[in-house]
Design a protein around this ligand. Structure first.
Ligand code: KQY
Length: 364
């Protein structure tokens, strides 16, 4: 694997939309007891369900720290590939490689600097050195060259692309003090265009209320296809989420994409607010430097945090009446894909959801 000094845009590479064909998907195995309750066991069972659900659509590779290798092999089904891949925690959407491809069918990886969602300013755990090496290892595993950005801190969950030149992101996240405070909004936009192979960035003001990632876009909005976005929504004007979703809707409804198209917005209704129980909180180890999980804290639950697979959508269930409504909305958005729900409270308790624990490798 070579490390390239150029950029994807200069070399004719771009990140395809997640709705384009995949070669497969990577997941990392959860275990750290200061993020996952009860030693990670309930989360591991949920990750198995997610891997099983996605494996009906495409190849799944699960990366595991050595101490959990045998347990993961035992728990995961045979059609899921298990490899040793050291990590600090299991959020491969954020620490993993972003794959870009060109029109000739070649693929490369972008390896962003990762600092645990805010480093020493408001990061979620320390250290993050193993996470920051995951993208390089994925490039090795996929036998592709990589671009490495030592000076640009970024997570894959903070953007979505339409594959036709448009990026969506949030100001709340990418302008946060813990990532690239030395860069202006315009400079950040230039880096995104250069390394995602894009022409236009649409900045949504906010993410999901109290999202510990500083409002990643992958929890609030996603491209169904070029020119069509789903947006997490509530009609409850007393919920602080309303103002955030409305601000994003206003931007989307007034925006045009890189091809000059108006954007169609589909509202994906949120579940009712979900809070951490006493028992859940008690199951998480308290560690200085790791975000605590306190009883009564509201979680950033959203159906938008789904994974788009080859021929399928794998979305989170929250045991809420809107689980069914979300399925109906997603089926209308994706008439040719099978919509599969996975009970996902255990992933939510760790601070993210199904999209955050996956990273697709495009079909080159
Ligand atoms: O939302 C994501 N993309 C990741 C969430 C990370 C939470 C870490 N505790």
């Amino acid at each position: 694997m070579k490390t390239l000094n150029s950029s994807p845009k200069k070399d004719g590479f771009r990140m395809p939309g997640e709705f384009d064909a995949h070669k497969g998907v990577y997941i990392l195995w959860p275990e750290r007891p200061d993020n996952w309750r009860n030693g990670g066991k309930p989360a591991q069972r949920t990750f198995v369900k997610v891997a099983e659900a996605i494996s009906q659509f495409e190849h799944v590779t699960v990366g595991v720290n050595d101490d959990q290798y045998e347990n993961a092999v035992t728990m995961l089904p045979d059609n899921v590939e298990v490899i040793e891949l050291s990590n600090n925690d299991s959020w491969i959407r954020d620490c993993g490689a972003t794959f870009v491809k060109n029109d000739k069918g070649s693929m490369r990886a972008v390896d962003w600097h990762f600092n645990s969602w805010g480093g020493l300013v408001d990061g979620l755990y320390f250290p993050w050195d193993k996470d920051d090496r995951v993208a390089q290892k994925m490039a090795e595993l996929e036998h592709v060259d990589r671009y490495r950005l030592d000076d640009f801190t970024f997570e894959g969950g903070s953007i979505h692309v339409d594959g036709e030149g448009t990026v969506i992101t949030t100001e709340e996240c990418l302008l946060s003090q813990g990532r690239n405070p030395q860069l202006s909004k315009k400079q950040i936009e230039e880096v995104l265009k250069e390394y995602l192979g894009a022409e236009k960035v649409i900045w949504l003001p906010k993410g999901i209320y109290l999202d510990e990632t500083n409002g990643h876009v992958d929890n609030i909005a996603n491209f169904v296809s070029p020119g069509h976005v789903v947006l997490a929504w509530t009609d409850d004007k007393n919920d602080p989420q309303y103002a955030a979703s409305k601000a994003d809707l206003d931007v989307l409804e007034n925006a045009t994409d890189a091809k000059g198209r108006k954007i169609k917005v589909t509202k994906l209704y949120l579940p009712k607010p979900i809070k951490i129980t006493k028992e859940e909180s008690a199951g998480v180890d308290a560690v200085d430097g790791t975000l605590p999980r306190k009883e009564g804290d509201r979680l950033a639950a959203s159906y938008v945090n789904y994974y788009t697979a080859n021929g399928g959508i794998v979305y989170p269930l929250f045991n809420d009446p809107n689980d069914k409504k979300a399925k109906e909305t997603l089926q209308k958005c994706y008439p040719d894909r099978k919509i599969v729900g996975v009970p996902a409270r255990e992933i939510l308790l760790g601070g993210g959801n199904i999209h955050c624990i996956t990273q697709q490798v495009p079909e080159a």
